[in-house]
Design a protein around this ligand. Structure first.
Ligand SMILES: [Zn+2]
Length: 213
């Protein structure tokens, strides 16, 4: 089967979405871009992650046409494709509806730099405006909000994380849920002390090499 490794990665990280409690049921989706062939592999719509098989992964072009696969692709394919079309370094997109991050997205609040782990995402986790799920308007809004960060909150919806590969995009989605949880819990106890610009400059510098040794 062509792209077997990438298919297996989507299946494996889909299962991790459930075991790491980043989603329940069929919420969220994962894709991988094969740059040399200009195609993307994406999780199918409506199949539980625990039951998804490598052959269920759908192959699409970046205009939303299914090239291979008998299953319906995730309804959010446009929100994945826009990052592959518009950037030359993003090769995987992970979308979740994780609990704490989605709760904050309903307030249209950003997650401020309250813990150094935010360095894996950017200077802060921005929240986009609300757009209808599965629409090209949502894709455009998500892309506009991301700028040069690795993850955002989607207003009244969830989380979008991007990376050079699936492991890194997944890791960012997980970090965003951790940061969201910290914002909720620390905010319940008082007013969190935020990292200042100087602290964040050091953190961002360190994150350039973090995890790559
Ligand atoms: Zn969604």
């Amino acid at each position: 089967m062509k792209y077997l490794n990438e298919r297996k990665q989507i299946v494996e990280f889909g299962k991790k979405l459930v075991t790491e409690r980043l989603t329940t049921g069929t919420g969220g989706n994962i894709s991988i871009f094969i740059r040399e062939d200009n195609i993307m592999l994406i999780s199918p719509s409506g199949i539980p992650y625990t039951e998804t098989l490598p052959e269920d992964i759908v192959i699409m072009d970046l205009n939303g046409n299914v090239l291979e696969g008998s299953k319906k692709p995730s309804s959010e394919y446009a929100m994945h494709a826009i990052f592959y079309k518009q950037t030359d370094n993003i090769n995987s997109v992970v979308h979740t509806h994780s609990d704490y991050a989605t709760a904050i997205s309903c307030l249209h609040q950003d997650i401020e730099p309250l813990h150094y782990i935010i360095g894996s995402v950017g200077d802060r986790v921005r929240c986009s405006n609300y757009r209808t799920f599965g629409s090209s308007e949502l894709a455009t809004e998500a892309f506009k909000t991301m700028r040069d960060n690795n993850g955002i909150l989607l207003g009244n919806h969830g989380v979008l994380a991007v990376g050079p590969d699936c492991a890194e995009a997944f890791s960012v989605a997980k970090d965003i849920e951790f940061l969201a949880k910290l914002k909720v819990h620390s905010g319940a106890l008082g007013k969190p002390v935020l990292l200042n610009d100087e602290d964040m400059a050091v953190v961002k510098e360190k994150f350039k090499t973090y995890g790559q040794q």
